[in-house]
Ligand binder design. Structure first.
Ligand SMILES: O=C(O)C(=O)C[C@]1(C(=O)O)C=C[C@@H](O)C=C1
Length: 272
């Protein structure tokens, strides 16, 4: 199975790939989320793993648009506890570090730690692990990376400050995506949909009431601008259910209440 990830070996996406598909997974490394749909369409990858939200930093909004615009289908989800470490070449100490590079989502999760080190400049980069690799390959002194312990091991760096995320219990939710059509799956107990309501009082409440009536448990709702119509919004909702029949009935009712409805995926709820 060719699995595309954002990042390289040692990134958090790599850890998800190994835990979800097994250690011998055939990784297709990519340094941007926006490149991922084309990897599926060109068949360079059969599935893509994409982070969608983090418990500290929140949703990765552009990824909702990518999934929607490129007609990707969510076939699974995975929650990974995220522990960030500050690492550098052996022999370096925190006082030596002048610049720290990392993925923007990782920087967001560690901002508080750096308040005590105002001499350190924080700089966005493509991936957590790619910085670790670059520090080792170019023997970069005075430069730090924020990355996983796997990245420290892989690129032989020293962890100079462990667990630097703002809240210890930090986790990222990832989607497993394909570009085949969403398959109805009666064994599913979770679904993600997109819908657009008309701009009249109570139209969103109506949809939420249908979910509640059919015992669907909303786990996330995200609004996204409909860019063709300024100030109009689409809603991306995730919910869990015990009975596929309840879900099916709810969707049929919602269909008649909204301007558009799209199923983004039906899958098994990931362990948290
Ligand atoms: O840079 C990495 O290692 C990634 O896998 C990316 C990513 C993300 O996109 O959120 C994954 C998990 C963490 O939340 C931080 C960064």
């Amino acid at each position: 199975m060719k699995v595309a990830i954002q990042g390289i070996k040692g990134s958090f996406h790599h850890i998800v790939a190994a835990q979800y598909f097994g250690k011998n997974v055939d990784l297709v490394e990519s340094l941007s989320f926006s490149e991922m749909p084309s990897l599926l369409h060109s068949k360079k990858a059969e599935v893509v793993i994409m982070a969608i939200e983090n418990s500290i930093a929140g949703a990765i909004l552009p990824n909702y648009a990518l999934i929607d615009e490129h007609q990707l289908s969510i076939c699974g989800e995975y929650h990974l506890p995220i522990c960030h470490n500050l690492m550098a070449l052996k022999g370096q100490h925190i006082e030596d570090i002048k610049e720290v590079y990392s993925h923007p989502m990782a920087l967001l999760q560690c901002h508080k730690f750096f308040k005590d080190y105002p001499h350190i400049k924080l700089i966005e980069d493509k991936d957590t692990a790619v910085v670790a690799k670059r520090i080792q390959e170019n023997k970069l002194k005075n430069v730090g990376a924020i990355a996983s312990t796997l990245a420290a091991e892989t690129y032989n760096l020293k962890i100079i400050a462990p667990e630097i995320q703002t809240i210890k219990e930090n986790a990222t939710r990832f989607f497993i995506l394909t570009n085949s059509e969403t398959k109805s799956s009666v064994s599913a107990n979770k679904a993600s949909i997109k819908f657009i309501t008309s701009h009249k009082a109570g139209s969103l409440a109506e949809v939420l009431t249908i979910l509640a009536k059919h015992h669907l448990n909303l786990s996330k709702i995200q609004s996204m601008p409909v860019i063709e119509t300024p100030w109009k919004y689409a809603f991306f909702a995730d919910f869990t259910f015990d009975s596929y029949a309840d879900y099916y009935d709810a969707l049929n009712e919602i269909k008649n209440k909204v301007e558009m409805l799209k199923i983004l995926g039906e899958y098994s709820k990931g362990k948290r």
